[in-house]
Design a protein around this ligand. Structure first.
Ligand code: MRU
Length: 361
């Protein structure tokens, strides 16, 4: 998608043909900076420190991380060590393990001498698959937005989204925002309510990318969402997912469950955008999903720009207060109107998903 009018992807090979260029998402929305990953360790650190983030982009970065590892040493020992280190970076998004497994499955059968080229080719292909899936998913979501616009007599469709499930979270297009971008391009009027998403404020990334695409939006605090729904200012809630179980339960950024509960109370549709690689076919029980817990400092402190536009971090919690910082929560399938996938919109149930993916993804 576009940054100041120029098309960008979140991850690509650098001009040197081997290092991997990513957008430093810790600098956004204040500075747009590209950084180069030159080793598997750097790729792992970028995932862990959320330089790159969002389930599909984490998977894509790990795939290139495998290629970078093999550049240093193409042996089996290095292949498996890199896989272990990359998978250990963040626990919740299923896309990470999926991408690493896809790389391992492909590379195991390739001789060490040919592994580097094969790894770069497979990582590139996984990125292209992500772009194609999100574009297709966007088309199915667009049909929903079009229907809501017609119901509104051509008036704008008010979408409420949480966290960042836009192009910054993927290789391109985004998941929950792909339908929004297509709607904007096709003249379907749309306005997006963007929740701040404390503690890491990924909503600011969403507002940033929507503004560069010229999509009308309003940034608001997380706690305003229920009030907006009660005021009739929301037509649909549309979020991404880090892992959706085979039974249709949606694990996504902390706070998503509250949005789904409020949507149900207000008789509003709640959709999750779920590309195939975000479905965990091996997990039926959402209680088995590892929920990431991050550092207390993300909650106790807030980072931003000060009055002189200089980067500043301030403490907002009392010194020494006990902190809980869960990264994700589970929205039970019964609160989900539908799962928008690249193959169509599935009911949030085992039967619904199997109907679109008879053999799993
Ligand atoms: O902790 P993050 O920023 O990686 O969490 C991202 C989300 O929760 C997104 O909603 C999810 O990955 C879907 S992205 C297309």
């Amino acid at each position: 998608m576009r940054v100041a009018g120029t098309p960008h992807r979140t991850i690509a090979l650098a001009r040197d043909g081997w290092s991997v260029e990513v957008i430093d998402q810790t600098a956004l929305p204040h500075r747009f900076e590209l950084i180069r990953l030159t080793s598997s360790a750097e790729a792992a650190r970028a995932i862990r420190d959320m330089v790159v983030r969002g389930a599909p982009l984490i998977g894509a970065t790990a795939a290139y991380g495998m290629a970078l590892a093999l550049r240093d040493d193409p042996t089996d020992r290095c292949l498996y060590a890199a896989a272990r280190a990359l998978v250990a970076t963040r626990p919740t998004a299923v896309n990470l393990g999926r991408a690493v497994r896809a790389m391992l499955d492909h590379l195991r059968a390739v001789s060490p001498r040919q592994r580097v080229a094969a790894a770069y080719a497979r990582a590139g292909a996984l990125c292209e698959e992500d772009v194609a899936a999100n574009r297709a998913l966007g088309g199915h979501g667009l049909a929903i937005l079009r229907g809501l616009a017609e119901r509104n007599g051509g008036g704008p469709v008010n979408v409420l989204t949480h966290c960042n499930a836009g192009w910054l979270a993927t290789v391109d297009w985004g998941t929950a925002l792909a339908p929004v971008y297509l709607a904007a391009r096709e003249g379907v009027p749309v306005h997006v309510w963007v929740t701040e998403t404390r503690p890491r404020n990924q909503g600011a990334l969403t507002a940033w990318e929507l503004s560069h695409e010229g999509v009308p939006h309003t940034f608001t605090v997380d706690n305003a969402a229920g009030h907006l729904m009660r005021l009739g200012k929301v037509d649909v809630v549309l979020v991404g997912t880090d892992r959706t179980t085979a039974a249709g339960d949606v694990c996504n950024k902390i706070g998503t469950y509250l949005l789904a509960a409020a949507a149900r109370d207000n008789h509003l549709p709640f959709y999750a955008a779920v590309p195939g690689p975000s479905i965990d076919w091996e997990t039926d029980d959402s209680a088995a999903i590892p929920i990431e817990e991050r550092q207390a400092r993300e909650v106790t402190h807030v980072a931003g720009l000060d009055g002189d536009e200089r980067a500043a971090t301030v403490r907002v919690a009392p010194d020494g207060t006990p902190i809980a910082n869960f990264g994700f929560d589970i929205t039970p399938a019964r609160l989900v109107t539908g799962l928008i996938t690249e193959r169509g919109v599935a009911g949030a149930s085992r039967e619904g998903l199997r109907g679109l993916y008879p053999d799993g993804a």
